[in-house]
Design a protein around this ligand. Structure first.
Ligand SMILES: [Zn+2]
Ligand SMILES: [Zn+2]
Length: 272
């Protein structure tokens, strides 16, 4: 646990924590207070709803940072048949770990080990995004997108509602504009990232695999064939493989009992 807590001692992770704290503070104590007043029921309701999204965002962040993305067990020996059907190729080995590499696992240079169903290494969480923490990563982007959009609406709404004619304080105007630009940019960036990961999840692809698939599809096209990503087992199944079979638990970062060992994955050949 102590080792895991150490992951917070990194400038990018601390910057994210400070940013979340700053956005929460100004949204509630400056802009909601300015627009509705925190003692009014509208002010209180908005602060509670915004804090709720903020809490889910922080909780998902904690899970992303603290949960191991998935380690290859030392006893792992590839199933030859499985390996051939899943990759149509040779056994995969990692030169750096001098060990077998399960399908979809990749070596991370930062973590200095192989990570199961590796998506990418993310400096903002000082951890790899892989098999066991991908759900919390997806939810982190989702909640952060909702919270930043909520904050942007509050900031813009409070600016439109303000009587700027009688405001002589220029710094206040600059602060208002600065916070508005920050929350709108955050919302746009997170929205784009969320759309990208929803696309990947619905096709059961990792960021690394997306590059491989693009190349395989190009090669197949050249020979007049159509390439199909082997792990793409259909829209709903792809999504439930990440979020879980029970829709009621889709939005909770720690409900991951459906996550298997990450050493083999269902493919289209299994379903056909
Ligand atoms: Zn490795
Ligand atoms: Zn890594």
């Amino acid at each position: 646990m102590k080792m895991k807590l150490k992951r917070f001692a990194s400038i990018p992770v601390l910057s994210v924590v400070i940013l979340v704290g700053f956005v929460h503070y100004v949204t509630v104590f400056v802009f909601i207070e300015d627009w509705f007043g925190l003692r009014s029921s509208a002010g209180l309701l908005n602060s509670l709803i915004f804090t709720f999204w903020g809490f889910l965002c922080v909780f998902s962040l904690l899970v992303c940072v603290l949960r191991d993305p998935g380690r290859v067990p030392s006893r792992y020996v590839p199933d030859v048949e499985d390996n051939q059907t899943q990759n149509g190729a040779n056994q995969r080995n990692c030169d750096k770990c001098s060990a077998h590499k399960p399908p979809r696992a990749h070596h991370c240079r930062v973590c200095r080990r192989c990570v199961l169903r590796m998506d990418h290494h993310c400096s903002w969480i000082n951890n790899c995004v892989g098999h066991r923490n991908y759900k919390s990563y997806l939810l982190l982007i989702f909640y952060a997108f909702i919270a930043s959009t909520y904050s942007a609406i509050i900031i813009i709404g409070s600016a439109l509602n303000k009587d700027w004619e009688s405001t002589i304080n220029r710094n206040l105007k600059a602060f208002h504009i600065g916070c508005g630009v920050l929350s709108v940019s955050l919302s746009a960036m997170l929205g784009t990232l969320l759309a990208w990961h929803v696309y990947l999840t619905s096709h059961n692809m990792t960021t690394i695999e997306h590059h491989e698939v693009k190349r395989a599809a190009w090669l197949a096209r050249k020979s007049g064939l159509v390439y199909h990503h082997p792990y793409d087992v259909g829209f709903y199944k792809n999504i439930s493989l990440v979020l879980g079979p029970d829709m009621l638990k889709w939005l909770w970062p720690t409900s991951v009992s459906h996550i298997k060992d990450g050493l083999s994955f269902p493919t289209i050949r299994d379903s056909s």
